[in-house]
Design a protein around this ligand. Structure first.
Ligand code: ING
Length: 310
């Protein structure tokens, strides 16, 4: 009898600047109930799931962005989600803006067990965008201004009779992130994202944005023989559009379930966790096939070193 885990991707539609946390938590609670009704034991919510994607805005004054951060997790406002999860015996992944109490700020996520207790925390390593004010752009991408790069690495946790890991948004574009967890035996990666439909740095069609999202997640899943549950916050937040495309990807790299809207939407799939083992024992039997003596550059250098001209 293979190990099964029915998981849900609980996509959020837009969260506007005017939407307060209780109204957002209410939406998360409703989707948790829906996932429970579908027989799910684990639910993946998006990145920065409690507020609008505030890194699109430049705030001059120190403190103006404080209201988007969580100073405790759970807080009184988010505890209803944790309490319901424990009552329904469901675990979940939740992305949020973390203020650590010592002045440090991260784009973070927590892994919560079926008793409502936090199993683990991840802090987004790959922060895209810029840190300087660029008022000429249609909107900004200021994660490098508001957050520090994550300092916890890419850990995994034994949970749900499996091995789980976490990523956040831009991390999904970096194969190293998946591989570090693949080298720890990961079998399911939870990943929340908020991805603008428009590229502010160079012209790119919307269909390419969605293609790159799926390509990144499907490749990461296949090349590390793991399930990946990728969940969007989507739709137009105060007019700024982000695409959906929440999906549940098998270790084969195939998309097994995906959302069709840009609103609050729950999709589920009953994952066969032992499917990972087939690929981990053959195509991606790392210990048999990898040749680390040739991979030095991957950790020895950050940027490109071009070959000499002569
Ligand atoms: N958002 C985007 C993402 O990586 C981005 C930023 C989009 C970078 C497209 C490069 C190309 O999906 C976040 N929040 O990382």
């Amino acid at each position: 009898m293979s190990r099964r885990l029915k998981v849900a991707s609980a996509q959020l539609g837009p969260i506007h600047l005017a939407d307060d946390r209780p109204s957002v938590v209410k939406r998360l609670v409703e989707m948790l109930k829906e996932a429970h009704g579908m027989g799910c034991r684990f639910v993946v919510f998006p990145e920065l799931a409690l507020t609008t994607f505030f890194p699109r805005y430049w705030y001059d004054q120190a403190g103006e962005a404080d209201r988007f951060f969580e100073y405790e997790m759970p807080s009184a406002e988010t505890r209803p989600l944790f309490d319901l999860a424990a009552k329904l015996n469901i675990g979940f992944y939740l992305g949020y803006a973390e203020a650590d109490g010592e002045g440090r700020r991260f784009n973070s996520s927590v892994l919560v067990d079926t008793d409502g207790k936090i199993l683990g925390k991840y802090r987004k390593v790959h922060l895209p965008g810029h840190a300087d004010n660029r008022p000429h752009l249609p909107f900004q991408h200021l994660e490098k201004k508001y957050f520090e790069p994550g300092d916890l690495g890419f850990p995994v946790w034994r949970a749900f009779d499996s091995i789980l890991g976490m990523l956040i948004c831009n991390d999904r574009r970096w194969p190293e992130a998946y591989r570090v967890m693949g080298l720890q035996g990961v079998e399911l990666i939870a990943l929340g994202f908020n991805t603008p439909s428009h590229n502010i740095y160079h012209p790119e069609t919307p269909h390419l944005r969605m293609f790159h999202h799926r390509l990144s997640v499907q490749a990461g899943a296949y090349q590390n023989a793991t399930w990946v549950v990728a969940t969007a916050k989507a739709g137009a937040e105060d007019g700024y559009h982000m695409f959906g495309g929440s999906c549940i990807v098998a270790p084969t790299g195939e998309i097994m379930a995906q959302t069709v809207s840009e609103e609050d939407e729950v999709v589920a799939f009953d994952c066969d966790l032992d499917l990972c083992r087939h690929y981990k024992a053959s195509t991606f039997a790392f210990e048999r096939h990898r040749r680390i003596e040739h991979y030095t550059r991957i950790t020895a250098q950050t940027g490109v070193t071009l070959p000499s001209e002569d």
